[in-house]
Write a new protein. Structure first.
Length: 253
C-alpha cells in the first residue's frame, strides 16, 4: 500500500507540473474586477502575511494554495485529522446526484463523492488550476473512476450550467476565493431549486485548530456572506461532527 501511495503521489506531482507553462490567460484577465465589483471589497497595506490584503465583509481573503501543495492535500494523516469519510456521510448524499466539488485540487474529495453518488451520479470537479485537473485526471485513471469530470473554472465563475447541480461542496476553499461575491453568485445559479451548498471550513471559534487564522472562518461569517441579498440562499443546518471543521449548509430558494 505504501509503495502504491508513493507511486500515485509521484504520478500526481508529475501531472501537476506538466502544464505549468500553459496557464490559462483568461484566468489572469478574470482577476481584474469591475468598478462595481470593487466596491464590495476593501484593501489594506498592513495585513496578515498569509492573506492578500483584500477584505470582504470584514474578512481577509487568504492566499490560494498552488498545485505544488498537492502533498498537503494527499497527506496520509488527513483522514485522521479531518474525518473526510464522516463528512461524506453528513452530506446526506443520494445515488444519482450531480455534485460539484469546488476547488477539487488533486481529487481527494471527488473520489470519495464519486463512490457515494454511484455509477448513475456525476461529480463535477472544478478547479482554476489546470495542473490540479491534470493530477485529478491521472488519479481517476489510476483508480478506474469514470464518473468524475474535470471543469476548469475562473476566479469569478465555476463554469457550471445553471440549474444542473444537486449539491455543491467546498472543502477548505471558499476563504481563498479572490471574488467571493461573484463566485458564490455563480455557484448559486448552478444549483437546482432546493439544491444545497456546503461550506466546509476550519473553525475560527476554536483556537486549538492548528490552522493559520486567515484559513479559518467562523460560522457567523459564513452565514454573513452566504446570505447576502442576490444569492437566493437560505440557511439549512450546520453539521458539527468533524474534529476541526464545521459544515455550514444552505439551500437554494
Amino acid at each position: 500500500m505504501t509503495v502504491f501511495r508513493s507511486f500515485c503521489f509521484a504520478t500526481l506531482l508529475m501531472a501537476s507540473t506538466f502544464t505549468m507553462a500553459n496557464r490559462c490567460h483568461a484566468q489572469e484577465k478574470d482577476k481584474t474586477p469591475s468598478s462595481d465589483e470593487n466596491k464590495r471589497y476593501t484593501f489594506r497595506k498592513e495585513h496578515d502575511p498569509n492573506g492578500i490584503g483584500k477584505f470582504y465583509l470584514g474578512r481577509e481573503i487568504a492566499h490560494v494554495m498552488g498545485h505544488l501543495g498537492i502533498g498537503w492535500l494527499e497527506r496520509p494523516e488527513r483522514e485522521n485529522e479531518e474525518r473526510l469519510s464522516v463528512l461524506v456521510k453528513g452530506l446526506k448524499i443520494k445515488p444519482g446526484m450531480t455534485i460539484a466539488d469546488i476547488g477539487a485540487g488533486s481529487g481527494v474529495i471527488s473520489v470519495l463523492l464519486s463512490k457515494a453518488v454511484g455509477e448513475k451520479g456525476e461529480i463535477l470537479a472544478v478547479d482554476i488550476q489546470p495542473e490540479m485537473l491534470d493530477a485529478l485526471q491521472s488519479k481517476c485513471k489510476l483508480l478506474g473512476i469514470k464518473n468524475v469530470k474535470g471543469v476548469l473554472g475562473t476566479t469569478k465563475s465555476p463554469g457550471l450550467e445553471e440549474g444542473t447541480v444537486d449539491l455543491i461542496v467546498m472543502v477548505d476553499v471558499y476563504h481563498e476565493f479572490d471574488f467571493p461575491y461573484s463566485m458564490l453568485n455563480e455557484l448559486a445559479k448552478s444549483l437546482k431549486k432546493g439544491g444545497r451548498i456546503a461550506f466546509v471550513e476550519y473553525r475560527l471559534e476554536d483556537p486549538k485548530v492548528p490552522i493559520k487564522l486567515v484559513h479559518k472562518m467562523s460560522e457567523a461569517q459564513v452565514k454573513k456572506e452566504a446570505l447576502v441579498e442576490g444569492h437566493h440562499l437560505k440557511y439549512k443546518e450546520t453539521f458539527r461532527e468533524l474534529p476541526r471543521q464545521h459544515v455550514v449548509i444552505f439551500e437554494k430558494e
